[in-house]
Design a protein around this ligand. Structure first.
Ligand code: HPA
Length: 272
C-alpha cells in the first residue's frame, strides 16, 4: 500500500508544481465549491497511477490546485468511498496524497443525516468527534515514516481549527452547530433502528465517509476540521424517504453559504 501511495505521489508531483497549504475534501453535491477557486492545475484521479477513482454521481473525481483568497490549496472535487468497493486503505489514499503534497491542515466536508433533534436540513454541523463503524484504514503493515502504529485519537478534530471555524461562522453570519459524526459503511441509508442505535451511542449526525479520512490524517500528524452539511433528517426521524438525488439537491442549496465559510476558515488557518 505504501508503495502505491508513493507511486501515485510521484505521478502527481510530476504533473503539478505547486505546494498547497490546506487540503479540502468536498462531499456529495458540494463539488461546486471548487468553482470558486482560482484554479491553477486540475488533475483527474484516473490520470494518476494507482489512484482509486470516484464512481458516485455528484462526485467528479479530480484534484483542483489553486488559490482561495491567495492561500494555496488543493481540493478533492469528489471523494472515494469504502462503499464503492475500495478497501479503507485505498479510500484514504487521496487524502494521504494531499498530505504528501504538503498540506498542513485538512477541511473534510460531507453531507449527513441529522440525528440530534436540533439538526435540521440546511444546517451545518462542525464535527467535534467521531464514531467509525468501518474498519480502520491503518490495518495492515505500518510504515513509521508516515506515522505511529497506534496514533492517539483524543483530539482528532483540532480544537484550534474548531475555534477558527466558530469565528469564521460568526463573521459569515452563519449559525454553526457542533456534534459527533458516525460513519456507517453505506451505500444503503440506515434503518430507523440503526439510527436509534446511533443516537443511543452518542452520535448526532450520520454519514458514509470522513471518519476514516480523519484517521489517516491524524496518523500523518495533520490537523483536521470536519464540516457536515445536514441534507436530511436521518432515516425514521423525518417524513420522507431518503434518496441520493435529494441529498445532492439540498447540498446545492447551501454551496454558497458553505463556500463563504470555507474561504474564511482557509484565511484564518493559513495565518497560523
Ligand atoms: N445517512 C447516511 N449518509 C448520508 C445521509 C444519511 O441520512 N444523508 C447524507 N448522507
Amino acid at each position: 500500500m505504501w508503495k502505491r501511495v508513493e507511486r501515485a505521489y510521484a505521478s502527481l508531483k510530476n504533473r503539478v508544481d505547486f505546494k498547497p497549504q490546506i487540503g479540502i475534501v468536498l462531499g456529495s453535491g458540494l463539488g461546486a465549491i471548487a468553482e470558486n477557486i482560482e484554479s491553477v492545475y486540475s488533475v483527474p484521479y484516473d490520470s494518476l497511477q494507482g489512484m482509486p477513482t470516484s464512481t458516485v454521481e455528484g462526485h467528479s473525481g479530480r484534484f483542483v490546485f489553486g488559490y482561495i483568497n491567495r492561500v494555496p490549496v488543493v481540493v478533492m472535487q469528489g471523494r472515494v468511498h469504502y462503499y464503492e468497493g475500495y478497501t479503507p486503505q485505498e479510500a484514504v489514499l487521496p487524502v494521504r496524497l494531499m498530505i504528501r503534497m504538503g498540506v498542513k491542515a485538512l477541511i473534510l466536508t460531507n453531507a449527513a443525516g441529522g440525528i440530534r433533534d436540533d439538526l435540521n436540513t440546511g444546517d451545518v454541523m462542525m464535527i467535534s468527534d467521531h464514531i467509525s463503524l468501518v474498519p480502520s484504514p491503518l490495518i495492515g503493515k505500518n510504515d513509521p515514516s508516515y506515522g505511529d502504529r497506534f496514533p492517539d485519537m483524543s483530539e482528532a478534530y483540532d480544537a484550534g481549527l474548531r475555534e477558527m471555524a466558530r469565528a469564521a461562522a460568526a463573521k459569515a453570519g452563519l449559525d454553526i452547530k457542533e456534534g459527533v459524526y458516525i460513519q456507517f459503511t453505506g451505500p444503503n441509508f440506515e434503518t430507523p433502528a440503526e439510527v436509534r442505535m446511533a443516537r443511543a451511542v452518542g452520535a448526532d449526525a450520520v454519514g458514509m465517509s470522513t471518519a476514516i479520512e480523519t484517521i489517516a490524517a491524524v496518523h500523518m500528524g495533520i490537523k483536521v476540521l470536519g464540516l457536515s452539511f445536514i441534507s436530511n433528517k436521518a432515516c425514521g426521524l423525518g417524513d420522507q424517504k431518503l434518496s441520493h438525488l435529494d441529498v445532492q439537491k439540498e447540498s446545492l442549496a447551501v454551496v454558497d453559504k458553505l463556500s463563504d465559510l470555507i474561504s474564511e476558515i482557509v484565511v484564518l488557518a493559513s495565518n497560523k
